[in-house]
Design a binder for this molecule. Structure first.
Ligand SMILES: Nc1ncnc2c1ncn2[C@@H]1O[C@H](COP(=O)(O)OP(=O)(O)OP(=O)(O)O)[C@@H](O)[C@H]1O
Length: 329
């Protein structure tokens, strides 16, 4: 069984699911209403082929696990790798209206999203799982920040047509590809319907809660500016190398924003920069990026810039130059 669906031609910065097997996903068609999206047919893939590509979702193919899904490496017949995200025990908490509500009405055992395979994993792992991989350089951090900002700006660009909001912006949703190109994946709340309470109820673990904006806590509502707040935390993560919420020392749970705010307010960026960068970063560029993060993290959503503005602010000459004045990207 496979649904004939369409996929957007991937634009740098956004990763969208190509197909759900076993349930019908309406995001693609709804998002295409904006008229700014190119829609293409993707090759039909049957459940049998997906089973074959993942060795029947064998443990050996498991590459990651989230709250709602297990992710497997799939080898397609074309020779390409894909990430097959199998939804497990997932209860769609969409309200019974609007396009996503249709998902409720389709019963199926196998619900799989196929994604382009992110060869270099997630930004979260690149920043926080050390192992023997080298720390991200300043240039790589800037590349990732710009791509992710552009991806979200692109998504928000549909706000007037279909009302797109990601709703789960965090470093584990930023996937990395060769050359440290980044794409923002997932986005369970692709439809922004201003009066609906979305997202907050879906986010249960503390590390994900740390990315939520104040208005999400107070109203449970998601809006594009809530994504901007979450993105501000991703920027802080890139700058400091620290997690938005770290309870390693449970006595003294640390919220990154509360810790970094006093330094950033006084322009003391060097006191909170990721020590793994050593002195291999431009102070002026880091300060500029920190200033953008602070703007994103404003308590009042109306004081935050739009994602489009954030992307343009990042792409400025100060940030695009290294400590020797050489162009980074
Ligand atoms: N397209 C992909 N390519 C390669 N690896 C992926 C891809 N998508 C997800 N993964 C891996 O699978 C893991 C789990 O992904 P998932 O999106 O389910 O989790 P999460 O963001 O950690 O959790 P949750 O959304 O449940 O809070 C990721 O941390 C990543 O390591």
């Amino acid at each position: 069984m496979g649904w004939t669906t369409k996929a957007r031609v991937p634009m740098p910065g956004v990763l969208v699911q190509q197909r759900i097997l076993g349930c019908c996903w309406h995001a693609t068609s709804a998002l295409s209403r904006g008229g700014r999206m190119v829609v293409v047919d993707v090759p039909e893939l049957t459940v049998r082929e997906v089973n074959e590509a993942t060795a029947r979702f064998s443990g050996a193919r498991l590459i990651g696990e989230g709250e709602h899904a297990r992710v497997y490496r799939a080898s397609l017949r074309t020779g390409k790798a894909a990430a097959a995200k199998r939804l497990v025990g997932y209860h769609w908490s969409w309200p019974q209206r609007g396009p996503p509500a249709r998902v409720h009405r389709v019963a199926a055992d196998l619900r799989v999203l196929l994604y382009e395979f992110a060869d270099m994993g997630t930004l979260h792992d690149a920043l926080h799982l050390h192992g023997d991989r080298p720390a991200l350089s300043w240039a790589q951090r800037v590349r990732v920040a710009l791509d992710a900002a552009r991806g979200l700006a692109y998504l928000h660009g549909f706000a007037t047509a279909a009302g797109a909001v990601h709703g789960e912006v965090r470093s584990s949703k930023v996937l990395l590809f060769p050359g440290f190109r980044a794409k923002v994946a997932d986005g369970h709340n692709m439809f922004h319907q201003p009066d609906l309470e979305l997202g907050y109820a879906q986010v249960r673990h503390a590390s994900a809660m740390a990315y939520l904006s104040p208005e999400c806590f107070s109203t449970g509502r998601m809006m594009p500016k809530s994504d901007v707040f979450s993105f501000g935390l991703v920027l802080l993560e890139l700058l400091t190398g620290a997690k938005p919420f770290d309870d390693t020392d449970r006595e003294d749970c640390c919220y990154l924003w509360s810790w970094a705010a006093p330094f950033l307010a006084e322009g003391r960026v060097e006191e909170c920069i990721d020590p793994k960068l050593g002195d291999q970063y431009p102070r002026a560029g880091a300060l500029e990026l920190a200033t953008i993060a602070v703007q994103c993290l404003q308590k009042d959503p109306t004081s935050r810039p739009s994602m489009d503005t954030v992307a343009r602010l990042i792409n400025c000459d100060i940030i695009m130059r290294d400590q020797h004045g050489r162009r980074l990207l």
